[in-house]
Design a protein around this ligand. Structure first.
Ligand code: GDP
Ligand code: IMO
Ligand code: MG
Length: 422
């Protein structure tokens, strides 16, 4: 029996979807615990490609139960669209997907406020999915929960209360057109008919399956350095992608967690604004983006690319209590003469002992690199550790030593089968 948390160890898009799909074969229940449709988790099975935004990537394995926890902010429109696409592809969702009664709903005004604030003084480069504004309402204790769909009169009252305030903000502060309260009420009361059947008391359900000895996989979205507390604030998302967030976002207690798997890309990427010490803005970065097909699964934006950062991973593993690591996209490095690894940050000629949390300090750091020889060999057909070229193994051993982690899985291509356990 295991209760495993799977987290992104960098700035998101590490390949979490692929590894969740792979591991789901061994789990009974897969749970998303934070974030929302800002996530884009890609799974490739044969020539089929799925991009999941809200529903756990375990849905592609028949028999696996999928759960959306209270920590998620759920856009009902995005959910219904995702269910439709899955059902059209012959993947049954009904009876296999449950949503916590305490999950907050993304409202149209959250998306509008997200896009307006991106045009203001502080541009974060958000996905525009209304994530930040929805969490603001949650913590301001005026949010609308999925459970509110069950009581139409109360739902109408809550939407009216929220929108009157938002409309004042839109009109008087942002100078934009107010939103139509009745149109939003009419749209949301209808979700009752399509969404009610998924609502469940998730903490009780998860704790009862754990008690029965079943295995549960808690799937994080985003990545550790995008955590609102432990990431590169303010250039972060508004939730807790780190392993601690799994407990808060699902109702599974810390004492029930048996292991934490960090998903680590063999190099580094980031989408949106914010510090990125090992970023390459030259042709090497361009090559990583091209070979790695580094374009956002949700927004299509080009991802910023750079070398592997072992100092960042050490920090990330400390915050998450990572017990083992899955290395993804190793094959992308097949095409480089020389590969660099950042082993620490230097400021004014002095090595930092701990990872900086101050954005001004982050802008001053200089990565310290060790250059390793590339292997210039196609690894996409490797299916065991010993199939890898010697130089590839040397690279993996070097990053594992510098980042202080144990590798349990290696991924050498986007397809489900292009993976092996170590
Ligand atoms: P997630 O958000 O962490 O699930 O990651 P994304 O799906 O946003 O981005 C990862 C991308 O890399 C997707 O297009 C995957 O299909 C792809 N991918 C995952 N693992 C590998 C791998 O080992 N090699 C290659 N070449 N692509 C991979
Ligand atoms: P997955 O789960 C990469 C980034 C955005 C922006 C910041 C805040 O696919 O790894 P938000 O819309 O959350 O308010 O945006 O966070 N971001 C992601 N970057 N992968 C993601 O998800 C991300 N979700 C949000 O680009 O910089
Ligand atoms: Mg993604």
């Amino acid at each position: 029996m295991s209760v495993t948390v799977l987290v992104g160890s960098q700035w998101g898009d590490e390949g979490k979807g692929k590894i969740v799909d792979l591991l789901s074969e061994r789990y009974d229940v897969v749970v998303r615990y934070q974030g929302g449709a800002n996530a884009g988790h890609t799974v490739e099975i044969g020539d089929k490609k799925y991009v999941l935004h809200l529903i756990p990537s375990g849905i592609l394995r028949p028999g696996v139960v999928c759960v959306i926890g209270n920590g998620v902010v759920l856009d009902p429109e995005a959910l219904l669209e995702e269910i439709k696409i899955l059902e059209e592809n012959g993947i049954s969702v009904k009876g296999r997907l449950f949503i916590s009664q305490n999950t907050h709903l993304i409202m149209p005004y959250h998306k509008l406020l997200d896009s307006i604030s991106e045009k203001g003084k502080q541009k974060i480069g958000t996905t525009g999915r209304g994530i930040g504004p929805c969490y603001i309402d949650k913590y301001a204790r005026r949010g609308i929960k999925i459970n509110d769909l069950l009581n139409r009169e109360m739902l109408k009252e809550k939407i009216r209360f929220n929108l009157e305030e938002k409309n004042a903000l839109l009109k008087n502060i942002y100078n934009v057109e107010e939103m139509d309260i009745d149109a939003i009420i009419n749209q949301y009361v209808e979700f009752d008919t399509t969404i009610d059947e998924y609502i469940k008391d998730v903490p009780s359900y998860l704790n009862s399956v754990i008690k029965e000895g079943k295995s549960v996989l808690l799937e994080g979205a985003q990545g550790t350095l995008l955590d609102v507390d432990f990431g590169t604030y303010p250039y972060v998302t508004s939730s807790h992608p780190t392993s601690g967030g799994a407990c808060i976002g699902s109702g599974v207690a810390p004492t029930k967690i048996t292991d934490v798997i960090g998903i680590v890309k063999a190099y580094t990427t980031r989408v949106g604004e914010g510090p990125f010490p090992t970023e390459l803005t030259d042709e090497t970065g361009e090559k990583l983006r091209k070979v790695g097909r580094e374009f956002g699964a949700t927004t299509g934006r080009p991802r910023r690319c750079g070398w592997f950062d072992a100092f960042l991973i050490k920090y990330s593993n400390m915050i998450n209590g990572t017990t083992s690591v899955a290395i993804t996209k190793l094959d992308v490095l097949d095409h480089f003469e020389e590969i660099k690894v950042c082993t620490g940050y230097e400021v004014d000629g002095r090595l930092l002992k701990t990872y900086p949390s101050d954005p001004l300090m982050m802008n001053r750091v200089k990565p310290v690199y060790t250059a390793l020889p590339g292997w210039n060999t196609d690894t996409t057909g490797c299916r065991a550790y010993n199939d890898l070229p010697e130089a590839t193994k040397d690279y993996l051993e070097f990053i594992a030593k510098e980042g202080d982690f144990k590798i349990s899985i290696v991924s050498v291509g986007p397809e489900r089968s292009q993976t092996f356990f170590v």
